[in-house]
Structures are given as C-alpha cells and as structure tokens.
Design a protein around this ligand. Structure first.
Ligand SMILES: Nc1nc2c(c(=O)[nH]1)N[C@H]1C(S)=C(S)[C@@H](COP(=O)(O)OP(=O)(O)OC[C@H]3O[C@@H](n4cnc5c(=O)[nH]c(N)nc54)[C@H](O)[C@@H]3O)O[C@H]1N2
Ligand SMILES: Nc1nc2c(c(=O)[nH]1)N[C@H]1C(S)=C(S)[C@@H](COP(=O)(O)OP(=O)(O)OC[C@H]3O[C@@H](n4cnc5c(=O)[nH]c(N)nc54)[C@H](O)[C@@H]3O)O[C@H]1N2
Ligand SMILES: [Mo]
Length: 785
C-alpha cells in the first residue's frame, strides 16, 4: 500500500528519519532558539537529567548524545505554547473533554493554578494560597487520613519525593499508588526475595563485556533509544543479542546511530539482534523454562559422558538455595506444554538454550512485555533462575537488567514512595522526625481505584502523571475520580485527568526538569536515580514557562504547612530555601545516602550499593533462591478460549497494549509509528494476515473490540483499523491509552498487582459506527473514539 495510514518502513531505527522527525517536532512545539539550545544540556554534567527515560548516561559524558525521543521529551517541556487562563475561559470542561489527548497536551504549558468552578463548569484562576487552603480544608475534614490518596508519576525528583512521602506520612497515611504499580512492580516483587535487591544489577560497563544479551519484551528503538547505542557497540564486537518478542520490532533488528557520522553519510546501519524468537504473547515463562530444561538436559549428557558440568556448580553450592527442587520441577514440565504455551517449537528453544550455554557473560534485559501479565512475577523469577544456573549474576559482563521507564521512577521508590513501607524505615522516620508514622499498608493503584469507587477515598492528589488515562479500566477509573470530593493535579501540561474531576478540583502548574528552580538561597539542583542505581544532579537551565510556577518541593512544603500547621515537626519553609537541607535529611533517613551532598557533587554522581552485584544476598536465607513455577495453563485467556470453544463462539485473541513511536506514555507527540509503518493514525490493530482472512475481513477494515474478563463486565473499545502484521496467530497488539478501557481492573499480576495490560482476552466484530456508545457514557469521549 502506498497511500493511507499504512506504509512499509524499510529504513533502520535511528538514522536520518530520526533527525527529521525531531526537527519537525521542534517546529510544531515552537521551542525557539532557547529550547533548541536546551537540548545540548540534556544529560550533561552541568545540565538537567533528560526527562525522557531512565536509561543511564555514559560516564563523564562531555559530548551531546542525540536521542530522538529524549529530544521530543525536552521539546514538549520547552514549548512556547501556553495553556493559560484564556484557554479555560474559552472552553468549559465539557468542551475540553471533547478534544483528543493529543490536542490537550499540545495547548502547551500550564501557567496559573486553576480551580474548578461548578457554577460555570469552567476552570478559573486561583491564587496559590487559595489552592493550598482548599486542599488543607478537605484533608483536615476527613474522618481518617486513609480517605486521601496520593499518586506519584515517575518524573518527580528524589528531593520532591522525599518531602512528599514525609508530608503524607506525617499527615497519616501510606496511600501511595504510583506509576510503578503499573510498570516494574513485578520486577521488584520477583527479585527482592530471590536475589535480595528489587532492581537491576548491571552497569553500562557490563554491557561492554557481555558476550550475550537477552532482550525480553522491550522495544528499545522507541522507548530507550540510547540503549540502542550500547546494543550496537555490543553487536559490532560480536556479542550475540537475542530478542524475545511477538512483534518484529525494527529497533531490535537494525540501527543507524545518528552519533556515527560515517554510518549516517554512507546510509549504513548495524544489525542488532542476531537471533529473534517470535514467541506468543504471555509465552515467556514457558520459553525461558524451555531454555532451562534444555540447559539441564545438556548438563545431564555432559555429566553422563564424564565431561565437566555445564552449570556453575561452585556458584550454585555457595550462593544459592533450592536448586534440586527447582531442577526436578523443570524436568517434570512437558515439552508439549512448553511448546504450546510459548508458541515456539522445542528445536527453537533448544537453540536459545544453546546460545545461553555458549556464552560466558550474559545480561538479561526486560520491559513491559514481561511485567504486565498475570504470571509476570513467576516469569521474571524464571529469567533469574536461568541466570543463576551459570552464575550470570554478580560478575563483570553479566546480570539482570529490568529497563525502567520514567526518568526517576526508581529513585521515587528508593525515597519510599511505596504503599508497603518496611517497618525499619518507619522506625527511622519516627527517630529522625519525632512523629508516629502510619503502620497500615496503603492503597496501590488498583486498590486506590477500588477505594474511590466504593466511597472509602474522598480526596485524590496526583504529583504528576495522567491517572485517568494511564490506569486500567478507563470507565471505572473515571467513575472513581468523579465520586471524589476533591481531585488535585500537579502538572506541567493539560491532560485527560484534569477533566475527569471530583466535585471540587485544582490544577497546580509546576516547574519542569529543564527549568531554573530559584529558591531563597539561589538556583537549586535536584537529584535522580537511573535504571542502574546511579544518583546524580540535575539542574534546569531555562527560564520558567511562567513566573507563577512553583517547584514540586515548594508545592509540597506549602501544602504541608497549610495542612499540618504548627503541629508539624518539620520546618518546611526552611527546608525548601536550600535543597541541600533536604538532602541532609535524606542522608539521615537512608544509610546508603551518607554524605549525600558531597558525593552527588562529584561529576557523574555515585552508585547506590547493590548487594546482588557483589554476591551479597539480602534474602531470608542469605543466599539467592531458585524458585520453581509451573507454566500457567489456566489464565483468563485459557478460560475465555475454553468457554468460547464450548459455545462455538468467535475466536478469542490475546491483546498486548503498548507504545507507538510518537508518544511518551499518555502524552501523544504525533500520530506516526514510523518503524511499524503506521502514519497519521493511532486506532490500529496489529493482526496476523491469516487471522484477518479467517475472520472474513480485510486489512483496512475497522473493528470493535470487546474484552472478556472473569468478572463478566462488558468492556469495549471501538473503531480500530486492521493492519496485517508480522505477529503470531491469535495475538493482537494496539496502542495504549486508547485500549485501556479494555483492561479489567480485576485482572492483575499475582504478587505485584500490576494490571495485565499486555494480556487482554478480546473478541472482534465489524465496527458499528452508531454502536452502543451510550453504554460507555463513563468513558471520556476522546478515549471512546
Ligand atoms: N519514547 C518513549 N520512551 C519511553 C516511554 C514512552 O512511552 N515513549 N515510556 C517509558 C516507560 S514509563 C516505560 S515503562 C518504558 C516502556 O518501554 P517498553 O518496555 O519497551 O514498553 P512497551 O512499548 O509497552 O512494550 C514493549 C514491547 O513488549 C512487547 N510485548 C508485548 N507482549 C509481550 C509478551 O508477552 N512477551 C514479550 N516477550 N514481549 C511482549 C511488544 O511487542 C513491545 O515490543 O519506556 C519508557 N520510555
Ligand atoms: N494499557 C496500558 N496501560 C499502561 C501501560 C501500558 O503499557 N499499557 N504502561 C503503564 C506504565 S509502564 C506507566 S509508567 C504508566 C504511566 O502513567 P503516568 O506516569 O501517570 O502517565 P504519564 O503519561 O507519564 O504522565 C504524563 C503527564 O505528566 C505530567 N508531567 C510531565 N512532566 C512533569 C513534571 O516534571 N512534573 C509534574 N508534576 N508533572 C509532569 C504532564 O502533565 C503529563 O500530562 O502507565 C501505565 N499504563
Ligand atoms: Mo513505565
């Protein structure tokens, strides 16, 4: 096809198209010269941390590192467009709700605190004092602090996160749902009891030494473009890179590095993945267990023939528990089940197992394709089991690499934005601050929505993010938010969540990462932690988008003063005069942050200790654990298919919801998904050509989707364009957040409670434009489409 939204894309990832795409975006956002110059300060020693992703920077970086999607994230903040009071005077909330998410964000930076006025249905300007008084009034009036919810998105700095959790705990609740609950919660839940740390164990130097990198369920070409540079260098020196992904992703296949002048001039590119395993959605647990099974079988052969073991027996004996029981469980799993559930035949899985066996230093990376399933925790543990077999943990060139999303999502958790804080931490808070912190577990994201729905929660406060669009079950979330007495959003830009509001509502505009944060003692820097536990400084360099903006720490301090008043044991205004004072407190609460101010000023910052990296295991047994898991054969998809087969009903597909190239989570930069060949359209459904034919339809037809959930609730998303794609049969993929109305609130990962956004059972029907839209009146118009 040459016309229309679907065109074949034959270029590599990166390359000239990446540069062109950024140039267009800089014009669209009208960043001006100042904004363009800001790009040069991203991830520089004297600049700000890129607000894009959490992939780390090369040490002592001194040259500008180009990243297409980092540049777009900076441009989004540096835009000269403004969503000021005039916008809200012109449009009522009802009117604004009719616009797309793309349009809302493209109105530009928020400039003034805005309060919802029920009499006119408009947001009207408010002073900061009025805003804090309104929130404090609500919070103080609640019968219990547990009726308030405090959400966090992952851009919040360590300083802001520390103050935020301090205020909320002094106020009296642990209700801290965060974006992590929907993201890498499964990784932390899986790894903490298994290897003693809930985060990754590798550094960039390990990427230089690995001879095999496994990439599970992650699309670095789009979501972590700077990681492609590492993969490219690795590929060039002969490291084998194996991708496990149901979709053929261009960024995993070929990359032209815009940093590389020769490659760019010659129009060349580098092959990334040496091996591509196109497994079924949700098939990773089975696939990795198959690899383990092969490794054990080969080891048995070696031993039988009197050759040395292929396993690192010394490591297993000294550093691990549970090997025998684990091995017995793997031996008992049938190849038939493994093949059926992974969608790969045993011969392919044996190749993957051989690749692992042939490599001395292996890194395993994973992203959302692994963490957002019912059995995600078990899958991640199986990946770690595989690595333990040959001691691929805690030595150079080897280890675990959950690739984190938001630029400070890992730091926010380190600062204890967490609904389940450990007792030792709470004891320390009491010791340092002299108040009694709440001990009861708080709400995570799913629990927060449930609490709003049934009236247990009355106030919803969000530090960034886009709760209404990012969470599962869009209709249910909207109903929940609308039952609140007050909803408050600290934000840089207008988004859907501001329009799906409580009886009273506020939008509080804050400084972005790229902007100068001036406090009483002068300009301030904040700190962030990247995906590899490096903590470093970030200082904005641009004048604020509006003189009225406050920094996130200042907003929290003033809210705390308004709410807690004289009762507080913390001197809030003194703290925000100089963020060094906040960091001194962080150092007193967290031992790993000793001498914080001094150490973070060393260029490049410092690395937080990581026991597993040094083969010290902070687990119950003091060792790393092999943990067995059965390949699941009774997930919602199995049940939905079995029920459908009995009724001779239409086929049930498994849908993964994911990111296009032109979005940052719920922020839509543009309507193209270049590498997947989609242009000017977001309501697309990637489907195997034979499945389209079997449905009696054609590529280009529009379909409606209905998800099948155990709770029996009907959830629909309508008007998606069928696109023939290289994806296994029975599997579908489409973009988030358009598909979030389909993700059931009641379906989440065992153990981590992460919504199962990557495995939604759905059926398709030809699109009916008139359709039952009335049934979905709770879902904002723009999401229904
Ligand atoms: N430009 C840009 N950068 C971003 C973001 C963004 O939206 N835009 N978001 C940030 C955030 S918060 C995060 S968490 C990360 C997300 O980064 P990723 O983890 O890459 O996120 P997704 O695009 O949701 O999905 C990743 C991949 O999972 C695959 N997949 C789907 N189901 C399965 C499965 O069952 N098994 C396997 N093996 N693969 C599967 C999809 O085909 C896709 O390639 O990126 C961060 N960086
Ligand atoms: N179906 C489905 N759902 C998903 C996912 C999926 O793959 N599929 N992925 C999940 C994942 S991994 C994540 S992390 C979540 C993301 O969930 P969120 O973190 O809640 O969503 P974002 O879209 O990143 O939030 C964007 C908003 O943040 C605000 N913002 C930007 N910068 C700043 C800042 O510096 N300060 C403040 N205060 N606000 C700022 C802007 O107003 C912007 O509109 O979504 C999850 N939801
Ligand atoms: Mo994320």
């Amino acid at each position: 096809m040459s016309d229309g939204p679907i065109r074949r894309y034959d270029g590599p990832a990166g390359g000239w198209d990446a540069l062109r795409s950024v140039a267009r975006q800089l014009v669209r956002e009208d960043v001006g010269l100042g904004g363009a110059r800001a790009l040069l300060h991203a991830n520089q020693p004297d600049g700000f941390d890129c607000p894009g992703c959490a992939w780390p920077d090369r040490d002592h970086t001194s040259t500008f590192e180009f990243c297409e999607n980092g540049a777009k994230a900076v441009a989004a903040e540096a835009t000269r467009h403004r969503a000021g009071p005039e916008l809200f005077a012109r449009h009522s909330v009802a009117r604004l709700s009719e616009y797309s998410d793309h349009w809302l964000e493209s109105q530009g930076r928020l400039t003034t605190p805005m309060r919802y006025d029920a009499a006119t249905g408009h947001y009207v300007p408010a002073t900061w004092d009025e805003a804090f008084a309104l929130i404090a009034g609500h919070l103080r009036a609640l019968p219990s602090p547990d009726q308030a919810i405090f959400y966090t998105s992952g851009r919040t700095s360590n300083e802001a996160a520390f103050l935020y959790q301090l205020f909320v705990r002094e106020y009296g609740t642990n209700n801290f749902p965060d974006c992590s609950n929907m993201c890498h919660e499964s990784s932390g839940t899986a790894l903490k009891p298994q290897v003693g740390v809930g985060k990754g164990t590798v550094s960039l130097q390990d990427f230089e030494q690995a001879d095999c990198i496994l990439v599970f369920g992650q699309n670095p070409g789009t979501n972590h473009p700077r990681m492609l540079g590492e993969l490219r260098d690795a590929a060039r020196r002969g490291c084998r890179i194996a991708a496990f992904n149901p979709l053929r992703e261009r960024g995993l296949e070929r990359f032209a590095d815009p940093q590389d002048k020769l490659e760019m001039l010659r129009g060349g590119s580098t092959r990334i993945a040496s091996d591509y395993f196109q497994l079924k959605i949700g098939g990773d647990l089975a696939a990795v267990k198959g690899m383990v099974k092969h490794v054990l079988e080969r080891d048995d052969e070696a031993l039988a023939q009197g050759r040395p073991s292929l396993l690192d027996r010394a490591f297993i004996a000294e550093h691990t528990t549970g090997f025998e029981a684990f091995a017995a469980d793997v031996r008992a799993e049938s190849w038939d089940t493994i093949a059926a559930e992974s969608g790969l035949d045993p011969a392919r899985l044996r190749q993957a197992g051989d690749l692992y066996l042939q490599s001395e230093r292996v890194i395993a990376c994973w992203g959302m394709g692994i963490t957002q399933h019912r059995h995600s925790v078990a899958t991640i543990r199986m990946i770690a089991n595989l690595m333990l077999l040959r001691g691929n943990l805690g030595r150079p060139g080897a280890g675990l690499c959950p690739v984190r999303g938001h630029s400070n999502v890992q730091g926010d958790r380190t600062m204890m934005i967490w609904e389940r804080p450990p007792a030792a931490f709470l004891d320390r808070l009491r010791e340092v601050f002299g108040f009694e912190p709440p001990r009861a577990e708080g709400y995570d994201t799913v629990a927060a929505i449930e609490a709003m729905l049934d009236g247990r929660a009355r106030v919803f406060f969000a530090m960034g993010g886009n709760f209404a669009a990012a969470t599962p079950d869009t209709g249910a979330t909207a109903r929940g938010l609308r039952t609140c007495a007050l909803t408050v959003h600290v934000a840089t830009k207008l988004n859907r969540s501001h329009l799906v509001h409580g009886r009273e509502a506020l939008i509080l505009p804050c400084l972005g990462r790229t902007e100068i944060d001036l406090q009483a003692s002068g300009p301030q820097a904040v700190t962030v932690e990247d995906s590899m536990s490096m903590v470093h400084l970030s200082a904005g360099i641009r004048p604020p988008a509006s003189a009225t903006l406050l920094s996130e720490p200042a907003i929290i301090a003033r809210l705390a003063q308004a709410t807690l008043g004289e009762q507080s044991t913390v001197d809030w205004s003194w703290l925000v005069e100089d963020y060094d004072r906040i960091r001194d407190l962080v150092a007193r609460v967290f031992d790993d942050f000793h001498d914080f101010n001094a150490r973070v000023r060393v260029p490049g910052g410092f690395r937080l200790p990581n026991g597993a990296r040094e083969r010290r295991w902070d687990t119950a047994s003091g060792k790393a654990a092999f943990i067995a898991a059965a390949v699941p054969v009774d997930n919602p998809i199995h049940r939905a298919r079995a029920a459908g087969a009995a009724l001779d009903a239409p086929p049930v597909f498994l849908l993964a919801t994911m990111r296009s190239h032109d979005q940052y989570n719920t922020t839509i930069y543009g309507l193209d998904d270049r590498y997947r060949g989609v242009f000017g359209e977001r309501r697309v459904l990637f489907t195997h050509a034979d499945d389209i034919a079997a449905l009696g339809m054609q590529a280009g037809d529009r379909v409606d989707l209905e998800s099948l959930a155990d709770d029996g609730v009907r959830r629909q998303a309508r008007g998606f364009l069928l696109v023939a794609y290289d994806i296994p049969r029975g599997c579908l993929a489409a973009y988030y957040p358009e598909t979030n109305p389909l993700v059931p609130l009641s379906s989440f990962a065992e153990g981590s409670r992460t919504p199962t956004s990557k495995s939604v059972p759905v059926v398709l029907a030809p699109h009916r434009p008139d359709g039952a839209a009335a049934r979905q009146r709770d879902i904002p118009a723009a999401v229904v489409g």
